[in-house]
Design a protein around this ligand. Sequence first.
Ligand SMILES: [Zn+2]
Length: 442
Amino acid sequence: MIVIENAYVAPVVGAEIPDGHVAIEGNRIVSVGAGPYPGAGERVDGRGRLVTPGLVNTHHHLYQWASQGLAPDGTLFEWLVASYPVWARMDAEVVHGAATAGLAWLALSGCTTTTDHHYVFPKGRGDLFAAEIQAAAEVGLRFHPCRGSMDRGRSQGGLPPDEVVETLDEILAETEAAVRKYHDPLFDSMVRVAVAPCSPFSVSGDLMRQAAALARDLKVRLHTHGAETLDEDDHCKEQFGMLPVEYLESLGWLGPDVWIAHSVHLTDADIARFAETGTGTAHCPSSNGRLGAGIARVSELLRAGATVGLGVDGPGSAEFIPLAGEIRQAMLMQRARYGPQALTARQALEIATIGGARCLGRETEIGSLEPGKLADVAVWRVDGPYAAAADPIVALGYGQTPPLARLIVNGVTVVEDGELRTVSGEAAGAAGARAHARLLRS
Ligand SMILES: [Zn+2]
């Protein structure tokens, strides 16, 4: 039993508790309430601490830790064209090292559940999917790896060079095998797999349709990139005669089991369709800013009742990846577009927690602090040296990301007093550096 007491508790679902407790037994939350907890257990002093649900990262490409800094002033398409030949050289060792470093940073920024979208599988380079699942188990995060894919190389009118794409048959077989091997549907699952063709400009319509059928057959979720840039709008109009969301809908890719990365360039009709169909958005503000993609219509999506989660995107297109920092970035970008009431710190915390859980179909298990839910909990230091705001949610959202007093995932302490407990932070950073060196010299 772990008992966090005397803390400012923000359950996200339900009222905030200025002087409250969260009690954890095994991998479940057993009590959230005012005052001390009457039962026995290891005490964590919560004075000067803010307790929130662990953050949920809904979009990432962990392998890109090893390819940071390419095309620093490029558009999405320019950056991709510069990156594909580098990614073609990656192997399982690069993926494991890059994922270890990326996952360590996520843990240190309050993330307890993360997705990863891996879509480059060069031949003869080892089991890349297994490598990242192993890294997540070592760091101790709840993991939703998305088996990505590309089958439309340059010779087929796509953007990627032919050497980084796979055939449709290979992709479907490998994706099904990954789901059967790793996907765990149980309530307290630590690994769930999604089916995730990469994007309209790197994937055939046939693959999108068959991937959707496969995912629905296997009862797993669907993820892809969509409506990220105006170049993508032009590509879709030219190749398919419609805009990205219309194209996705024509392929059976809107629905409550789908979440889409970016969704920056949405029409009013797209926003309404996202809300009506339950389609989720993984909002990645730093990446959108870095690539000059635009500012997503997040506050309008939320007003329409659509599901929105937060994502850091890959460190190749958003070298700054602490997830808590994206809370601030999301607020700033919405306010820059719509004014100071566009997204409050509390709304931003919501999309970073329960919104992300909804994207992953796990809102009954994670994303809020409620008895019976899984014990994924972040305890932030919002006292003197780190924050001087009276409102701890304002301190978390507006200020420098505070250090973690604790990060608990599935009842296990992963971070304590700002240091990783599961792996050494220094070793994780070194693994990332080695992955970078290996990828660039190979
Ligand atoms: Zn992405």
